[in-house]
Design a protein around this ligand. Structure first.
Ligand SMILES: [Mn+2]
Length: 355
């Protein structure tokens, strides 16, 4: 599997006229080699791949990494000199992130390699998931769905603060077999839910409040991401109107997901529905994003995204309406793009729930 990914990546390198590629991005390194430790550097050349790391990570490196990658432990050896040596006669090297001046000098002067800063090459590959990745993402989302059900079964008004509930949900993630959260859990009621990326407060979750929960977990290095907004007590007409609008936008956008569609057109479907209902100015973010090893990754799904959806992409569809100082509603699913349609990975109910 890793060999296939490395070779696919070498094809991209060729297209970009690079004969070497250097990265220290942990997500890209995990994707290309299976290594999940810290502090590693990956060099890919036309025929070899080298992973450099420190003695502290020797065991991970030796057990996790596929044999098509040569592991080099930095025991008193200088990384830049090793890389320069392994580069041999590379003429054009792509580098993703910033590197030290020392390393730049070694690579550039000693090796006479042309260096180009370049981003999103590995991300391009990562956008389309293979079967094993989909399996991890689905397992992550299953745990996320189970946590939502746990909240519905156990939540009582006037007992927990937003922070309490966020802590309880994060505790359950690990109890249910996840590695932890994929981003800090958002639990927000009333005016706090009108902030798209709200921080949970030390404020009680009261009766007659909406409750927005945006959360996800990591499972085997893959993220999930979902949002549900429920109502504690009996929802008033305005909340119902906002909720129905968001839900309608969310569903219509989802139904149009298919290979060959433009990401920005999917965004427009949701945005138009919210506009028509009179809430256009209150939908203040893009419709969604790719999810995988990173909880936000390629492809972006927003009004500017020229990306054409392809089979195997996993994206979120998450429209929202945010009424400042009052309340907000967001509904988010993860959706798998298929050749002739879509599959909703999220299984939690999304019709309005009044607890
Ligand atoms: Mn999201």
């Amino acid at each position: 599997m890793y060999e296939i990914r490395l070779n696919k990546f070498r094809d991209i390198m060729k297209e970009e006229r690079l004969d070497a590629y250097f990265t220290l991005n942990p997500s890209n390194i995990y994707y290309l080699t299976g290594y999940r430790g810290d502090s590693a550097y990956l060099l890919i050349t036309e025929s070899n791949a080298f992973l450099y790391t420190y003695p502290l990570f020797k065991i991970e490196a030796e057990t996790q990494i596929h044999k098509s990658v040569e592991v080099k432990i930095l025991e008193g050896k200088d990384l830049a000199s090793l890389v320069a040596q392994d580069l041999k006669n590379s003429k054009s090297m792509g580098i993703e992130e910033s590197i030290s001046l020392h390393m730049f000098n070694l690579l550039y002067c000693k090796n006479n390699s042309r260096i180009r800063q370049i981003t999103n090459l590995v991300e391009r590959l990562r956008a389309q998931k293979d079967e094993s990745e989909l399996d991890f993402i689905k397992k992550a989302q299953k745990i996320t769905d189970d946590i939502f059900q746990y909240v519905l079964d156990n939540l009582k008004p006037d007992r927990l603060t937003e922070l309490d509930l966020a802590a309880e949900m994060e505790y359950q993630m690990k109890k249910m077999g996840a590695e932890g959260y994929s981003f800090k859990t958002i639990v927000a009621t009333r005016e706090n839910s009108a902030i798209p990326h709200a921080r949970p407060r030390n404020v009680l979750i009261r009766n007659n409040s909406n409750l927005l929960m945006d959360f996800g977990v990591y499972y085997n290095g893959y993220a999930s991401d979902m949002t549900r907004t429920i109502f504690i007590g009996k929802a008033d007409d305005e909340f119902k109107k906002v909720y129905t609008t968001v839900l309608n936008a969310q569903k219509k956008a989802e139904e149009n997901v298919k290979e060959g569609e433009k990401a920005k057109d999917i965004d427009k479907i949701a945005r138009d529905i919210i506009k028509e209902a009179g809430y256009g100015e209150f939908f203040t973010h893009g419709l969604g994003h790719g999810v995988g090893i990173d909880v936000h990754e390629s492809p972006p799904v927003n009004s500017k995204s020229e990306i054409i959806l392809k089979e195997g992409m996993v994206i979120t569809i998450e429209p929202g309406i945010y009424l400042k100082d009052r309340f907000g509603v967001r509904i988010e699913d993860m959706v798998l793009v298929k050749k002739d349609g879509y599959e909703i990975i999220t299984n939690s109910p999304k019709e309005l729930i009044e607890l």
